[in-house]
Design a protein around this ligand. Structure first.
Ligand code: HEM
Length: 474
């Protein structure tokens, strides 16, 4: 009787669990692979017990559709995790907030202030400028001949600096910072490093998103982030900075609606976009380039598309992306094989619900194994191969879950796809690429609480192409 072996027949099957800890001892990193293994044994919907908490894991597209169409409202809730309390401003930040009027308001603000077409177009200059800085760094040693480059840190610099400029008007990474901002940038990088180290550690004990982490360490990181973000708000409020960034816009709103646009709400919004929109896009870019280095024929085909549609006299721009279907398919295929969040972000059942005939009680956590669904041989031919051509078939893209599903799906999908496609387009148009050696790039996944990175940071060889469009740039 020490071990619970039976679940009610109306609840999804799952492995035996222990008293107190439930199945926590079985959560071996990487979790999406462990969950895939369990789905092979217990089925496409199975259950686990984390401590005293019930969790249902889904690994089938049709069950996901059942969850996020007819039951979307019930499943628009997030579970209450410690990270939401201490980092997500007591569940008031959008990614952690309960479903309801407050969440709807935040999503509206994000759509209008950051992600509307108008705001995306006005932040285009920032994105383009940061990508050009990346290209200049790559070109430094590779104008004449192939030179070895480490891409991971440069790509992450690009995504963090782009987002920080949109949010605060400042750059924080790289050698080309203003002298007056070096100390502040150092402080910010320390916080981000801590967040990343913390997130790499947590899944190694198998507890990831799910709330069973050291309260003290989450509290400490939450506090450092808060002090840092508050400092930036104060700086803009004092009029020391006016950069037409998101903080300036939100402070203007604060003047007319102070009861709603409190500092806490503004800080939560900044945090959401910083966590949601940096590592995810950066990691996807790194996976995309790794796949291209392993598939020179795909790289060649993408360059041919660029040469035909853009030519050699000008650089590709965001407005060209819709004319470059193969480039877009490379991004889709990367998001399929390497979804930055393989288990998406957990949801919670706000009421009792029936899924696939099983009775799921209120407050059960739902985890979607997007990684497994994206490799399901019943959905994809040759699921383990990197084949952008598969997306030439109409409707294939609708099977992707990389940005989640339903009303709580990622609001930044459009911005992410713009940034990733433009960066990839320019890297392909302006440089020739090859691997360091004959040996293929190692595609092993590393650990990550939020985003799953490559285990080994990407290094490759590049050489500037002889194009008239780049004669005066590098
Ligand atoms: C490749 C890049 C990205 C990927 C793969 C990604 C993926 C996701 C996923 C899977 C979710 C959870 C959706 C769900 O529960 O169904 C999410 C939520 C979210 N993402 Fe993204 N995302 C990316 C980029 C961005 C960007 C660029 C931003 C902002 C500028 C952003 C902001 C957010 C926010 C605020 C949420 C929380 C939404 C909510 O709870 O209502 N993401 N993202």
């Amino acid at each position: 009787f020490l071990f619970q072996t039976r679940r009610s027949k109306s609840f999804p099957p799952g492995p035996t669990y222990l008293p107190v800890i439930g199945n926590l001892h079985q959560l071996i990193q990487p979790l999406h692979c462990t969950f895939y293994g369990l789905s092979q044994k217990y089925g496409q919907i199975f259950s686990l017990v984390f401590g005293s908490h019930l969790v249902v894991v889904v690994s089938s597209l049709s069950i996901v559709q059942e969850c996020f169409t007819k039951n979307d409202i019930i499943l628009s809730q997030r579970p209450k995790l410690l990270i939401g309390k201490y980092i997500g401003y007591n569940y008031t930040a959008v990614g952690f907030s309960p479903y309801g009027d407050h969440w709807r308001n935040l999503r509206r603000i994000i759509s209008l202030e950051v992600l509307s077409s108008h705001r995306l177009n006005s932040s285009l200059e920032i994105r383009r400028d940061e990508i050009m800085r990346l290209m200049q760094k790559l070109a430094k040693d590779s104008c004449k001949d192939f030179a070895k480059v480490e891409l991971k840190s440069k790509i992450l610099e690009l995504t963090f600096n782009t987002m920080m400029r949109i949010l605060t008007g400042k750059r924080y990474f790289g050698e080309d910072l203003d002298a007056s901002e070096v100390e502040e940038a150092k402080q910010f990088r320390e916080i981000i490093k801590e967040l990343v180290v913390f997130s790499e550690f947590i899944p190694s004990v198998g507890l990831g998103w799910f709330g069973f982490v050291s309260e003290k360490s989450i509290k400490r990181i939450g506090l450092s982030l808060d002090v840092f973000i508050q400092g930036r708000i104060d700086e803009h409020r004092d009029g020391k900075k006016n950069t037409n960034c998101m903080i300036d816009h939100l402070l203007t709103q604060q003047q007319s609606q102070p009861q709603y646009y409190t500092d806490q709400i503004i800080k939560g919004l900044i945090l959401d976009l910083l966590i949601g929109g940096t590592d995810t896009s950066g990691t996807t870019l790194e996976w995309a380039m790794s796949n291209l280095l392993n598939h020179p024929e795909i790289l060649k085909k993408a360059r041919k598309e660029l040469d035909i549609h853009i030519g050699q006299d000008r650089l590709v721009d965001e407005s060209d992306i819709s004319k470059l279907p193969y480039l877009q398919n490379i991004v889709h295929e990367t998001l399929r094989l390497h979804p930055a969040l393989p288990l998406l972000v957990p949801r919670s059942f706000s009421e009792d619900c029936i899924i696939r005939g099983y009775k799921i009680p209120q407050n059960t956590t739902l985890i979607v194994n997007a990684w497994a669904i994206h490799r399901d041989p019943n959905l994809w031919t040759d699921p383990l191969l990197f084949k952008p051509e598969r997306f030439e078939k109409e409707g294939e893209v609708n099977k992707l879950l990389s940005f989640g599903s339903g009303r709580r799906a990622c609001p930044g999908a459009n911005m992410a796809q713009r940034t990733i496609s433009l960066t990839l387009g320019l890297l392909i148009q302006c440089f020739e690429w090859k691997r360091l050696e004959e040996e293929l790039i190692d595609m092993t996944e590393g650990n990550g609480m939020i985003v799953v990175p490559k285990k080994f940071p990407l290094e490759g060889m590049c050489r500037v192409r002889q194009l008239s469009a780049i004669k005066n740039i590098f």
